[in-house]
Design a protein around this ligand. Sequence first.
Ligand code: ADP
Ligand code: MG
Length: 273
Amino acid sequence: APVPPAAAVPFPARGSWQRGPGAEVRIEGVCKQYSGHPVLQDIDLHVRPGEVLAILGPSGSGKSTLLRTINALEKVDRGLVSVDGEFIGYRRCGDTLYELKEKDILRRRIEVGMVFQNFNLFPHLTALDNVAEAPVAVRGLTRAQARAQARELLARVGLGDREAAYPRQLSGGQQQRVAIARALALNPKVLLFDEPTSALDPELVGEVLDVIKELARSGSTLVIVTHEIGFAREVADRVVFMDAGRIVESGPPAQVLNAPTQARTREFLAKVL
Ligand code: ADP
Ligand code: MG
């Protein structure tokens, strides 16, 4: 569905995606169930501006659900999520919160970019048009501005020579890099990655991780669900380990990955390392 223009959000000058620290994310007391089965249980998490947070945990532990609460793809049963001081899904008036209308939720959602395991590119659009499409629709860029920006972003992810290619003509690693460029094209305050390399052949993982590393260095706030332990150790400022809908352990990579305090973290790491 088309997203309404965000007239109130001025689009920064072209190339200014090197815009210094990203925004903060606050998750407070978040609970979520599916048909009586708790999926997120009282989650508290504060991601600082420009922080790179890696989320680890077994399948079914709630990692994707937690990530999706940050851009309101997932509605919480209890608790609050805010990005850059704005509540996701709510507007504050005095001490009262009011639920936002769907179109206002969409407007707020575009401030949070998301990159999925399976790329989710538009198959009928070239790499360039995949990246140029949304900024015209939701940021009010002209077609020419959006295409110029898309060229810069494709170059930034190492695909300056593939702008005319369709997704099916690209490798998985290249498709995922287009997907990252597409997310960046909306100049998000926060970028979320849900297992961005899990669908890739092993030899293509590195090229995608290198792009994410570059984003990390540029000061973006990144929240990355990943099973790439080496990558988390190298790039993350902090690692969170989740199990059964809870944050079991959280700390610097050297602590959580090398000297976990919780038995469940140790068991998990013993399996994946
Ligand atoms: P992870 O990403 O850590 O593998 P998820 O967040 O995808 O975990 O899922 C956590 C739990 O929530 C799982 O038990 C899963 O089956 C359940 N779940 C996720 N999405 C839905 C849904 N739309 N409807 C019902 N159950 C769901
Ligand atoms: Mg998942």
